[in-house]
Design a protein around this ligand. Structure first.
Ligand code: C5P
Length: 333
């Protein structure tokens, strides 16, 4: 996404409008969810004719409680726009590292909205996970500080230099990006947990894909009216909807849509905390894979970070052996 926004070194020409990409992602997710919902319906009613399936689908999508999806739809659209603001104003690594804060905000909202219990051992695991992922991320290819416009790639990430440049840019782009990523982390936690509650409270009667159709349907309105028309209407009527589009932009859009659908499955059949663990684990896997495939040099802090992530996963999922389990049961006696 960062590459699609900032382009290869020395690239020129207009940047595509983020609002158009956010809208297209929603359209793709809507069509995909609709297809999957119809497929589900077909499976449960194998003999029903097509028009009856369409009628059932229409009734389930516009059922009385569908309006509830307005809340996550608005919040996700807001979150996705914040991410674009953040990634356009920060380098990819600073963004990734600060966005890990969502691991903690997700747990916080899981406690508040779902009544989830987190043991002190699990809290330790979560703090380890957040810092471990941040450490691994530092290894990635970093656009150097002037890379807003597409600078050279380098493999170093100097905390001091990064922090100084963030603070010295003051009110300009660095600070704006940082505020956006903090707001996105908070919104991510709240929205994902809200969606989880909604889906799980009714999974027996309303399928995940129907919920997703509702979510994408309501997301279209803010994406279209606020993003495309209100925010970027003038630019679009001047340069066109697809100005600045290329294959990288389309790939970014496809990945965003696919990612969203996968997130939905994770949330419905596991939970948000597990989703974040999986995402962190995938970062470790990509780190290891790029070392093997691209011969990316291994770095001490990143390898340490990867080990911390693995330790955190183990710690979070293992239960302390209860004292009673160590004693023989009455039968064994
Ligand atoms: O970064 P985070 O894990 O919060 O991102 C979640 C992403 O998943 C968002 O981009 C959101 O739009 C997407 N999503 C989705 N469909 C769902 C749930 C989340 O597209 N049902």
């Amino acid at each position: 996404m960062h590459y699609s926004r900032n382009g290869p070194t020395g690239s020129s020409g207009p940047r595509y409008l983020a609002s158009t990409a956010v809208l297209l992602v929603e359209v793709i997710k809507l069509l995909a969810s609709l297809t999957l919902a119809a497929h589900d319906m077909r499976r449960t009613h194998p003999t029903a004719p097509l028009f009856e399936i369409a009628g059932k689908l229409h009734r389930s999508v516009f059922a009385a409680d569908s309006w509830k999806l307005v809340v996550p739809a608005a919040l996700y659209t807001f979150q996705n726009s914040l991410i674009y603001v953040a990634i356009s104003n920060l380098d990819a690594i600073t963004f990734q590292v600060s966005y890990q804060l969502k691991i903690l905000t997700t747990v916080l909202f899981s406690i508040l909205l779902l009544g989830r219990k987190i043991s002190s051992r699990q809290w330790v695991a979560l703090v380890l996970l957040t810092s471990g992922v941040a450490l691994v991320q530092i290894a990635g290819p970093v656009a150097s500080s002037d890379a807003g416009a597409g600078g050279a790639w380098n493999w170093d990430w100097d905390w001091k230099e990064r922090l100084t440049s963030l603070l010295s840019t003051g009110t300009s782009s660095g600070f704006k990006g940082l505020m956006a990523v903090l707001a996105a982390s908070l919104t991510s936690g709240l929205t994902c947990v809200f969606f989880e509650k909604l889906v799980k409270d009714s999974l027996a009667s309303v399928s995940l894909w129907t919920r997703n159709v509702q979510l994408s349907f309501f997301s279209l309105f803010p994406a279209l009216f606020i993003g495309v028309l209100w925010q970027d209407g003038a630019a679009i009527s001047r340069d066109g909807f697809f100005a600045g589009y290329n294959s990288i932009v389309w790939l970014t859009i496809a990945l965003q849509a696919l990612g969203g659908l996968v997130v939905a499955v994770c949330i419905a059949y596991a939970d948000n905390v597990a989703k974040n663990f999986a995402a962190s684990f995938s970062i470790v896997v990509s780190y290891a894979a790029s070392a093997v495939i691209f011969r990316t040099p291994l770095m001490l802090h990143s390898t340490g970070g990867a080990a911390i992530v693995l330790l955190a996963i183990y710690l979070f999922n293992s239960r302390p052996t209860p004292r009673t389990a160590l004693l023989p049961t009455s039968k064994e006696k």
